[in-house]
Design a binder for this molecule. Structure first.
Ligand SMILES: Cc1ncc(COP(=O)(O)O)c(C=O)c1O
Length: 474
């Protein structure tokens, strides 16, 4: 019997959570069931997901930033069909194929003038691993600086640059000579660089875990300090790159010229994993220093033609559909739409970010009744409030969002860049409704508790609800 995808999908329909419980990560399945996020999504199109009940969900996570162009974009689909139908000679390896060269050229052309070469890999973490190796090789130094709250992926090198202890715990010893400094603190950076032994300062231009922005003027000073001390300035644009913040690279907002840039996520068109490290000829040549060293750093699937096609089709579509400016405009529409909610809801303290990377920051209200309710909730579990917003946004309004990091009352929105006013209005009204209910008494918490109890029953008939759980942040 030949493989028939339609038959597998039909015959195994709805078994997804059971299979994950049995063969994969049962804890993730349990968390999602408990919160009632256990759906069988059948289709994705644009900014929306559709489940087997025919319900439509507005996806404001976009696969953690992968679906810049939304799901199932017709241009990307056609490009990938064309690539398969063309029987491209993929992964010959002892070859210099055309399409990786074309994509490398396109990325170099969209970067500042100091970027001349590209190394392709398969993920954001792998791009960071490359950055660490190239920085050490080219500077002949070993120390790497990273920031509090940083997230650069979870492979060993990338994990060594993770600014949160929970991810690291139990996996040590991690890479030696990796040092954490406070984010946005120029004095701390100056002191850390003073010994002239730092190979690279690796940072996200806007931190994904919490949507933290550095103080005005910080980045220009940070770059200048790195240059003075012979340290490479590495901008991790895995999440912020490719239009997410209203510029092709986020660092363009401050006119920066990093020595190394990492990208991934959106370059995939949402289909084929890809990562890339962009840098200068000088840094590149320090690793590929001779013909004997032509493969000193490589990975089998790095120049996968399907990934290259997805990347090229994505970049072309960015231009054809004016995606970057749309992201900027829709970001402004979110800001405008959410502004009245800041006035109306005491718990909403701040809306921050750039373009379509948006952080909604919640905090203790000032009025007495609301403050007592807030404290009661937070005494059950730190940052429970944001979870009690994410859950009804999903259940009552069918909007997918996520808490930005563990133990913070911050919700992060990463909408597809193709979103427009319709999605902005829908989200703003939904958030207004959820926050109004949250402030109007205990009903909000009761509704959350009911969802949890139902989830516990779905997980194990007869079970009691657990202590509130959180959807783990990526
Ligand atoms: C800034 C940043 N760097 C690196 C990574 C790791 O990417 P990946 O999950 O593809 O390894 C992420 C993932 O979220 C990220 O946001």
């Amino acid at each position: 019997m030949t493989f028939d995808l339609a038959r597998v999908l039909e015959e195994r329909r709805g078994e997804n959570f059971q299979l994950h419980m049995e063969y994969m990560n049962p804890q993730l399945a349990r968390v999602l069931k408990t919160l009632g996020f256990d759906r069988f999504y059948e289709r994705g199109e644009g900014a929306y997901l559709y489940d087997d009940r025919g319900d439509r969900y507005l996806d404001l996570l976009s696969g953690f930033g992968v679906f810049a162009l939304g799901r199932s974009h017709p241009v990307i689909k056609k490009a990938l069909h064309d690539a398969i139908d063309a029987d491209l000679p993929n992964l010959v390896q002892i070859d210099c194929a055309l399409l990786p060269g074309v994509l490398a050229e396109a990325l170099v052309n969209r970067s500042h003038k100091g970027i001349e070469r590209v190394f392709f890999c398969n993920s954001g973490a792998e791009a960071i691993e490359a950055a660490i190796k190239f920085a050490r090789q080219s500077t002949h130094r070993s120390r790497i600086l990273y920031c509090d709250h940083a997230y650069h992926g979870l492979t060993n090198g990338a994990l060594s640059l993770n600014g949160g202890d929970d991810f690291r715990k139990g996996f040590g010893p991690l890479l030696p000579r990796t040092d954490r400094i406070p984010f946005g603190d120029i004095g701390a950076l100056r002191r850390a660089l003073a010994g002239r032994d730092v190979a690279a300062f690796v940072a996200e231009p806007i931190q994904g875990k919490g949507v933290y922005l550095a103080p005005e003027g910080y980045w220009a000073q940070a770059q200048a300090l790195c240059r003075e001390q012979g340290t490479l300035f590495v901008m991790d644009e895995v999440q912020t790159g490719l239009g997410r913040t209203g510029k092709f690279f986020c660092h363009e907002h401050w006119g920066l010229e990093p020595d190394i840039i990492t990208v991934s996520k959106a370059l995939s068109g949402g289909y084929i994993p890809v990562g890339a490290m962009l840098t200068s000829d000088k840094i590149f040549s320090s690793v590929y220093a001779s013909m004997e060293k032509a493969l000193k750093h490589s990975t089998t699937f790095g120049r996968n033609q399907l990934a290259m096609v997805a990347g090229l089709a994505t970049l072309q579509t960015f231009d054809d559909e004016d995606i970057i400016d749309r992201a900027r405009r829709t970001g402004e529409a979110f800001e405008k739409g959410l502004a009245p909610l800041l006035e109306r809801h005491e718990v909403l303290h701040e809306v921050r970010g750039k373009g379509l990377m948006i952080g909604l920051v919640f905090g203790e209200p000032t009025s007495r009744g609301a403050r007592l309710r807030w404290r009661a909730m937070e005494s059950v579990r730190t940052a429970l409030f944001s979870q009690t917003v994410v859950v009804p946004l999903f259940h009552r309004h069918r909007i997918l969002t996520q808490v930005a990091a563990d133990n913070v009352n911050i919700i992060k929105l990463l909408p597809p860049l193709i979103c427009g006013q319709e999605e902005v209005d829908y989200f703003v009204d939904a958030l207004d409704d959820v926050l109004t209910r949250a402030e109007s008494g205990t009903g909000h918490l009761v509704e959350f508790g009911r969802t949890m109890a139902k989830g516990a029953l779905r997980r194990t008939p007869g079970a009691a609800a657990d202590a509130p759980v959180a959807v783990p942040a990526p």
